[in-house]
Design a binder for this molecule. Structure first.
Ligand code: SIN
Length: 496
């Protein structure tokens, strides 16, 4: 199905055009790159230039780090209640401007408009949650080991936090990091993804309007992520790095942070198994899979990468899945009714094309799609593949596209072993109506997040993060603020 209207110049649809910021935010000022360099932000649907933003260098990154450092003491000394009221105002402004923020997000990222506004609202939830959670950063009083001593534990902000965020959630992955950092009393420098800086800058504008003081939230855009990232990982003023992105880059950043022993949080790649047992509610499983697999056109770290269906229901399940996939509306993200947009850039498009072609060349069956979309550009057909040989690259690489790969299995033991046979451990899903099996499999899956009869697991209320090579640390929930806090032990002696 094709959503009709193509819109190539979206900015005249903004109600508040001052949200469209195209400069760095450093020390509360909007500024160009020190050498005047710029890079273009493309609309992935039309490939037209949407805006030009600073192509910042190491020098700009250092200035931003210094600004964050200079603002740190005053921000940390505020009461958590005072910080909470600033964050609360930021949250309210994000919601008030959700349509404009959604439009900016859809234009630069390619996520259909309704889904983009949904991401903005999801992201605002992290700001609201952490505004409150900052008030509950409790310490401890520990029974002492000697009569004249007292042991007290307090939590303090880590200091300057450097944040590197991905293009697939240009708004929510920022608020998921900035929210807890600011609530904890840290100041931040943010490098948004090269493809999607405009959502970040719009959030920065609203943060200023909310009363976030100059230097507390700094944003540096760049086309040279390695240079800016290099400053973030080596500058001794930075005490914490939080990164969401690929496992390959996460490993490099972690190694670089070793030089100054920075705290690191990493939310990296996944290879989620989505398992459907014979006894599952098939309607629920299809709905869950569609939500999980085709959210953001398959470009999420928690997307179902390997779909394992038990023998007894394989044929019925695949038939129904093909019908559901065929009904997806592929179209311009800014047109009403679009459900699937383009892939983010040429490299992403070529990768999906390569993985599918490799699977087909090795004998996989194309049940639906399996080719570039008629719209051209970076659009790919929603696809279902079956009988994919296990040596096909698509079975081990993260697909990051609208391609569902179906595999068969016979027994619970076999499917759990196959699901766990991966260096990644971010999310896993399964459907079954057997309560005993639900506990067994949920406990056995080697992942940080399990969807049991559920394909949509993202919320600010729950801890998001992975095990194995999928990362370190948790974002969201009462656990998410810990990553921005140090634990200090005070021993009071001479207490008579
Ligand atoms: C991700 O794909 O990195 C995040 C997805 C989410 O927050 O739901």
């Amino acid at each position: 199905m094709e959503a009709s209207k193509i819109i190539s110049a979206p900015w005249d649809r903004l109600r508040d055009t001052t949200l469209l910021r195209t400069r760095n935010l450093i020390g509360g000022e909007w500024c160009s790159a020190s050498d005047g360099g710029e890079h273009a932000v493309l609309n992935p649907s039309s490939q037209q230039v949407l805006a030009k933003v600073p192509a910042s260098s190491e020098e700009d990154a250092r200035r931003a780090v210094q600004a964050a450092h200079d603002a740190g003491k005053e921000w940390a000394e505020l009461t958590s209640k005072a910080r909470a009221s600033v964050l609360r105002r930021w949250h309210d402004l994000i919601l008030q401007h959700r349509d404009d923020l959604g439009l900016i997000l859809a234009a630069e990222q390619g996520k259909p408009l309704a889904e983009s506004v949904g991401e903005v609202v999801y992201g605002a939830g992290f700001v609201e949650w952490f505004a409150e959670e900052g008030k509950r950063v409790y310490g401890d009083v520990i029974p002492p080991h000697a009569k004249d001593k007292r042991i007290v534990v307090v939590k303090q902000p880590v200091g300057v936090a450097a944040l590197i965020t991905p293009w697939n959630f240009p708004s929510a992955m920022i608020t998921r990091k900035v929210g807890p950092a600011l609530a904890a009393g840290c100041t931040v420098v943010l490098k948004p993804a090269e493809d999607t800086p405009l959502s970040a800058l719009a959030l920065g504008e609203l943060a200023l309007r909310a009363g976030v003081p100059p230097g507390v939230f700094n944003i540096v855009t760049t086309a040279q992520p390695a240079s800016v990232g290099g400053v973030f990982t080596s500058d001794p003023l930075v005490r914490k790095l939080s990164f969401t992105g690929s496992t390959r880059v996460g490993k490099m950043l972690m190694a670089q942070c070793a030089g100054t022993v920075k705290r690191v949080s990493l939310e990296l790649g996944g290879n989620a198994a989505f398992i459907v047992f014979d006894d599952a509610d098939l309607d629920a499983a299809i709905a869950g899979l569609m939500a999980c697999k085709f959210r953001n056109t398959g470009q999420t770290c928690i997307s179902a990468n390997r779909i394992l269906i038990q023998d007894g229901i394989f044929d019925a399940f695949s038939k129904r899945l093909v019908e559901a996939v065929r009904s997806l509306a592929v179209g311009d993200p800014l047109a009403d009714g679009s459900q699937q947009g383009p892939l983010i850039n040429e490299a992403a498009f070529l990768k999906v094309n390569r993985l599918v072609n490799d699977a087909l060349a090795r004998g996989a069956d194309a049940l639906e799609g399996a080719s570039v979309h008629d719209r051209g550009g970076w659009f790919y057909q929603p696809t279902v593949l079956a009988n994919v040989p296990s040596d096909a690259t698509i079975c081990s690489e993260e697909i990051f596209g609208p391609v569902a790969v179906l595999e068969r299995f016979s027994t619970e033991a076999d499917v759990v072993a196959r699901a766990n046979n991966s260096p990644y451990g971010l999310a896993g899903y399964f459907y079954s109506r057997d309560v005993g099996r639900c506990w067994r499999v949920a406990e056995a899956l080697e992942v940080g997040i399990v969807g049991v009869n559920e394909g949509s697991i993202s919320t600010e209320l729950a801890p998001f993060g992975g095990v194995k090579e999928s990362g370190i640390g948790r974002e969201g929930s009462k656990y998410g603020i810990d990553d921005y806090l140090e634990t200090k032990y005070m021993c009071f002696g001479g207490v008579a």
